[in-house]
Design a protein around this ligand. Structure first.
Ligand code: PMP
Ligand code: GLU
Length: 396
């Protein structure tokens, strides 16, 4: 038989999705496993949002919509971004997608010609690397360590730019690090992007999950030069506990938004009509449950970080946003646990799942092999139990 697409065959499965499936399968098999794998809020979608979905079905809002989403939803996106992020977009600059993941892919497809380089700060969410390759681009990793709070600097960004560089991906606050760029740091990165005429795929999907009263600064709010080059990615999955509804969006200048909408008109047709009504209710309805969930995440973060730093052999720095913490396992490397020598996060995560019955995600797929990621989007009881298990697992 003839060979398959080389681009498709080179794609690695998503580690986050793989760990989550394995965890769910083990649970279904009756194994007492605890999951800190996929970043998925444990809260249910708020009732008024669910009701809007049900009404959509009852009122037969069940047909195709425009490829880039309904006008009312695109308007609601503009209003929400104006209110929360102080950025101003028009509905024709918004494209609604089937989840933010697809918005990232469509944005990359809109930008990349074969061989274009995309600078990817690492550690970063697993899907970016593969999506860049899927779109025919070349990922150029720019790694920032724990000592730098996992954040890139303008100097290092500038040093990575080549004549082939087309864009930079920024994820603020970040999955998996939970780190957030302050106004001055962000401005300095934006200045480099404008100087070298780089586009920025700016994923702000965790913007409403920010802690300690810190100010979130949206990249396109920093001025027209950066806004013109920015494709802002966002969605309802995380803020409104709507991961399964599959609604995300991209905002960009008129030309890019049109190119993305055209691309989607062939690749998905339109996002789910029912979910669009639910997302409309989410974005334009009361926001108090978003704040309640944020407060719950903040309390969980405080607990997990404090306890992790009391356990010998591992440590973490305090994230400022999202719902992830990077556990540093460097001190365990070369040591033997349960008869196995720990050589990296993959070995640790595999053993911790099998012997400790706790699912965490190894960060090699994120570009940081001596870390594992815990998602604290789960209940306080589970977090307490997970850390108890970690203590017992390491004591052996
Ligand atoms: N961006 C980041 C940084 C994420 O962590 C996720 C989580 N899957 C997404 C995008 C995609 O979200 P969605 O569920 O809307 O596809
Ligand atoms: N973004 C989440 C995570 O990193 C969900 C899974 C995925 O889409 O990768 O775990």
């Amino acid at each position: 038989m003839k060979e398959l697409s080389r681009i498709a065959e080179a794609v690695q499965a998503s580690t986050t999705m793989a760990i989550d499936s394995l965890f769910k399968q083990m649970k279904a098999d009756g194994i007492d496993v605890i999951g800190f794998g996929a970043g998925e809020p444990d809260f249910h979608t708020p009732d008024h949002i669910k009701a809007a979905g049900i009404t959509a079905i009852e009122q037969n809002f069940t047909r195709y919509t425009p490829a880039g989403g309904t006008l009312e939803l695109r308007q609601a996106v503009c209003d929400r971004l104006q209110a929360d992020c102080q950025v101003s977009y028009q509905p024709n600059q918004v494209v609604v997608t089937s989840g933010a993941k697809h918005a990232v892919y469509a944005a990359l497809r809109a930008l990349i010609n074969p061989g274009d380089e995309i600078i990817l700060p690492a550690p970063s969410w697993v899907s970016y690397y593969e999506l860049i390759k899927m779109a025919g681009g070349v990922p150029v990793l720019l790694t920032a360590g724990e000592a730098e709070h996992f954040k890139i600097t303008p100097e290092r960004l500038e040093a990575s730019v080549t004549p082939r560089t087309k864009a930079v991906i920024l994820n603020n606050p970040s999955n998996p690090t939970g780190m957030m760029y302050g106004r001055e740091e962000l401005k300095a990165v934006a200045d480099v992007c404008v100087k070298y005429d780089l586009y920025v795929i700016d994923d702000e999907i965790y913007y409403s999950l920010v802690y300690d009263g810190a100010e979130f600064v949206s990249l396109p709010s920093l001025g027209d030069g950066i806004k013109e080059r920015c494709i802002l990615i966002n969605g309802v999955s995380k803020s409104y506990a709507m991961t399964g509804w599959r609604i995300g969006y991209a905002c960009a200048n008129d030309k890019i938004a049109k190119v993305i909408a055209n691309y989607l008109s062939h690749s998905t047709g339109s996002p789910c009509a029912i979910s669009q009504k639910a997302a409309l209710a989410a974005l334009s309805g009361p926001q108090d449950e978003v704040e309640q969930m944020r407060q719950a995440f903040e309390a969980r973060r405080n607990y997990i970080v404090e306890r992790m730093n009391q356990i010998p052999g591992i440590s973490c720095i305090k994230p400022q946003g999202a719902f992830y913490v990077m556990m540093n396992i460097e001190q365990l490397l070369g040591k033997t646990l349960h008869g196995v020598t720990i050589t990296d996060g993959d070995v640790f995560a595999d053993l911790f799942l099998k012997k400790g019955l706790v699912a965490v995600v190894p960060c090699s797929g994120f570009g940081s092999p001596s870390f594992v990621r815990w998602s604290y989007a789960t209940s306080m009881d589970q977090i307490r139990e997970g850390l108890d298990r970690l203590e017992r697992f390491l004591a052996n």
